[in-house]
Ligand binder design. Structure first.
Ligand SMILES: *Cc1c(COP(=O)(O)O)cnc(C)c1O
Length: 422
């Protein structure tokens, strides 16, 4: 990244609404001055930000290119067609839908395309890393569907494929979901396909977290195996906030109908344009190098935290995220989250498999390398970050220690500036 981007006509906004303009500026400063280790966050490119702030936001475009419910869609049609073609090419997919407003909305559409309320769906258990939309009781998925959950084994903390298969045979789910928000390892999509074929289930992969690594060819793709793949575009993929769905051609009409008119009205065309830009960025050699570095960095971060006496769940990571059991420090996930926050390190508390603590407290933290790698950090910085995290967990409750760590964090991140001034 070589140029600063405050948004089009930022000065105009400052004059018209200084109250909101100042918040936008101070959020930029927050992003610049701390360590951003939330595994689902990244720094999108100035070009994507520009698309989001563009006049495409004004256009209603209910429907699909060439089949809209409003006039004046000839320009936005081009953007969506380009985006769809880029997505199909990048992921070698038969069909792509760029309209979902978010990852959760993409998942609403997947349920709608393939199931009826009351159907049985098999998905990863939330305490073992699954997402709210995989059957949480407070989410539509848990309220409207009979969601049965599989988890990870207690001995190696890897997905228990034997349990998954047994549950599939016992419950005959209409659909089997794989993919999670806090699972650091690769998923065996071939094996899940075999189970789906054995019991006649739709294979749905929620690739929200790791699809960017697939785009950068750093890890294997679920696309050849799955009937449908849903994901967010703002995590490792580094695009605008939003969702996307890929599917086999035979499911194209069901997916499109489920998104519109099934779940949404008009698409956010500025976001669709941002997705198209991000997809082109993902096809570059520089993004491929980035994706590879994200994994290497996360492995270094995970190993660094282990060297500090903490334990990486499943013994490490194959992806952009690591789940760390911090019980050895005597500090809970909640306290660690707070202490790191006070020290300028943004990460999140996270339940570990078979966590003895409640979900609000937890025994773990989740860290990710997507944002720091975008900043240009490497393995040497991951070692420094591991020691900063360890110090923050141990002493970040003391104001002067937290201030000292915050100073060191600032020194580190200022060598890798986010959206630097021109
Ligand atoms: C992030 C995430 C989502 C939800 O995405 P939103 O854009 O926040 O709605 C869905 N599924 C998984 C696995 C995720 O990690």
């Amino acid at each position: 990244m070589t140029e600063v981007y405050y948004g089009p006509d930022f000065e105009l906004m400052q004059n018209q609404d200084p109250e909101i303009a100042s918040v936008i500026l101070s959020e930029l400063e927050r992003q610049r001055n701390g360590l951003q280790l939330i595994a689902s966050e990244n720094f999108t490119s100035p070009a994507v930000l520009a698309a989001l702030g563009s006049t495409l936001s004004n256009k209603y475009a209910e429907g699909y290119p060439g089949k809209r419910y409003y006039g004046g869609c000839e320009e936005v049609d081009k953007v969506e067609v380009i985006g769809i073609e880029r997505a199909k090419k990048l992921f070698d997919a038969e069909h792509a839908n760029l309209q979902p407003h978010s990852g959760a909305s993409a998942n609403v559409a997947v349920y709608q395309a393939f199931t009826k309320p009351g159907d049985t769906v098999l998905a990863m258990s939330l305490p073992h890393g699954g997402h709210l939309t995989h059957g949480s009781k407070v989410n539509f998925s848990g309220k409207w569907f009979n969601v049965v959950s599989y988890g990870v084994r207690s001995d190696n903390e890897l997905i228990d494929y034997d349990e998954l298969r047994d549950l599939a045979i016992a419950h005959k789910p209409r659909m089997i979901c794989s993919g999670a928000t806090a699972y650091p390892r690769l998923i065996d999509f071939k094996k899940i396909r075999e189970i789906c074929d054995e019991v006649g289930s739709i294979m749905w992969v929620d690739a929200a977290h790791f699809i960017g690594l697939v785009a950068g060819k750093a890890i294997p793709s679920p696309v050849p195996y799955a009937d449908v793949v849903s994901f967010t575009t703002h995590k490792v993929l580094r695009g605008p906030r939003g969702g996307m769905i890929l599917s086999k051609a035979q499911h194209a009409a069901a997916v499109d109908k489920a998104v519109f008119p099934g779940m949404q009205g008009g698409p956010i065309m500025s976001a669709v344009a941002g997705k198209a830009i991000a997809l082109a960025e993902c096809a570059t050699t520089s993004y491929k190098n980035y994706a590879k570095k994200v994994v290497e960095n996360c492995q270094a971060l995970s190993a660094g935290l282990e060297a500090e006496g903490m334990r990486a769940v499943s013994g490490g990571t194959d992806t952009h995220l690591a789940l760390i059991d911090i019980r050895s420090t005597g500090i809970t996930g909640k306290e660690a989250d707070e202490r790191c926050g006070a020290s300028g390190i943004t990460l999140n508390k996270n339940a570990i498999p078979y966590d003895p603590q409640t979900p609000a407290v937890t025994s773990g933290i989740r860290v990710g390398s997507a944002a720091t790698t975008t900043q240009g950090m490497g393995i040497a910085e991951m070692k420094i970050i591991s020691s900063l995290i360890a110090r923050a967990i141990k002493e970040g409750d003391k104001a002067e220690k937290a201030a000292q760590i915050r100073t060191e964090v600032k020194e580190l991140v200022h060598n890798f500036p986010v959206y630097p001034e021109k």
